[in-house]
Design a protein around this ligand. Structure first.
Ligand SMILES: Nc1ncnc2c1ncn2[C@@H]1O[C@H](COP(=O)(O)OP(=O)(O)OP(=O)(O)O)[C@@H](O)[C@H]1O
Ligand SMILES: [Mg+2]
Length: 307
């Protein structure tokens, strides 16, 4: 299933299940309704340490709802979320974060005036539970660690710049460094590349993939650009109207008739070389820009012009 796939360079072998043969993350029977809307219904999947798992689906499929249930921002109506065998359902977001579930957040406006390295130092301080009180003495703390983290995301050269003056793609890399400061075992990335140019997206996800492998972090991510998904996911799970309709390698998911029908639209085929739709786009594809998908960036699936 996993591992070597033609056309996709692999940064080393993919670690399989974690301690005692358990997957890192095991989600079982997850469900959430908002009023009468079944946003997520009976969703089950697993994720191994070091694995990049893409959760895809049309707008409104329930992806963010799933993320929020794994991260503890939303309480599920039913189901179980286990990290390394520990049940997370019922824990507060802070406790889940302490268990090693990180997510990429946009750098808060208030921190934009800090330098890049100070932002990462802040994250390291907060990880150590020492945030709050006086910031000034803290400026000296964790500096070497912060610089090392910035090196890992290729941002050490810009350590002393104000975060507010960085290019957008560089801000995203700093956000990744901040997420890594908490030494997550599982990293949740909900549309991490939204608003980025196609090349920057690929660079960010290649970086996330390399770091996931090197540090054995399981990464669950959503992404509307199929180019990026097919290039950087080890495995893909597909949601449609709250239900999981397919799961497998990028190649398997790409060829799955249910996925094409429900997600991409019936007539769509894919260019195996690029993973892009190569035929006429989906007639009323939920993620097609013509369908009014505000959240789907320009290069998202269903944009026939982008092929
Ligand atoms: N807090 C909420 N209250 C009511 N309905 C909600 C709430 N959050 C999500 N929903 C509904 O649940 C469904 C799933 O939404 P969700 O945001 O999880 O989708 P998504 O797959 O992340 O979509 P997108 O690709 O646009 O980000 C949608 O029908 C949405 O309108
Ligand atoms: Mg969403």
């Amino acid at each position: 299933m996993r591992g070597v796939r033609a056309g996709h360079p692999h940064p080393g072998p993919l670690p399989q299940a974690g301690e005692g043969g358990q997957p890192l993350l095991a989600v079982r029977g997850l469900a959430k309704a908002f009023g009468g809307v079944h946003a997520v219904e009976d969703v089950s999947f697993t994720l191994a340490a070091g694995e990049m798992l893409a959760l895809i689906g049309p707008n409104g499929a329930g992806k963010t709802t799933c993320f929020n249930m794994v991260g503890g921002q939303l309480a599920p109506d039913a189901g179980s979320v286990r990290l390394g065998g520990v049940e997370l359902v019922g824990l507060k977001p802070e406790a889940i974060w302490r268990q090693g579930v990180g997510r990429t957040f946009q750098i808060a406006e208030t921190f934009a005036s800090l330098t890049v390295v100070e932002n990462v130092q802040m994250a390291l301080l907060s990880h150590g539970g020492r945030v709050g009180g006086f910031w000034r003495p803290a400026r000296l703390q964790y500096r070497a660690e912060a610089v090392a983290l910035l090196e890992s995301v290729g941002m050490a050269a810009q350590a002393e710049r104000a975060t507010s003056v960085l290019a957008y793609g560089d801000v995203k890399r700093v956000e990744l460094a901040i997420a890594l400061a908490h030494r997550p075992r599982l990293l949740l990335m909900d549309e991490p590349t939204a608003g980025m140019a196609p090349r920057e997206r690929n660079e960010l996800m290649a970086l996330a993939r390399r770091l996931a492998r090197e540090q054995s972090i399981g990464v669950l991510f959503t992404e509307h650009s199929m180019d990026v998904v097919f290039a950087h996911a080890d495995r893909i799970i597909v949601l449609a109207r709250g239900e999981l309709i397919a799961e497998g390698t990028p190649a398997a998911v790409r060829d799955d008739p249910k996925v094409r029908e429900v997600y991409f639209g019936g007539g769509t085929t894919f260019d195996p070389a690029t993973g892009r739709p190569s035929a006429a786009g989906p007639p009323q594809g939920a993620s097609a820009p013509s369908g009014g998908s505000a959240a789907a960036p320009a290069a998202s699936v269903g944009a026939p012009g982008s092929a």
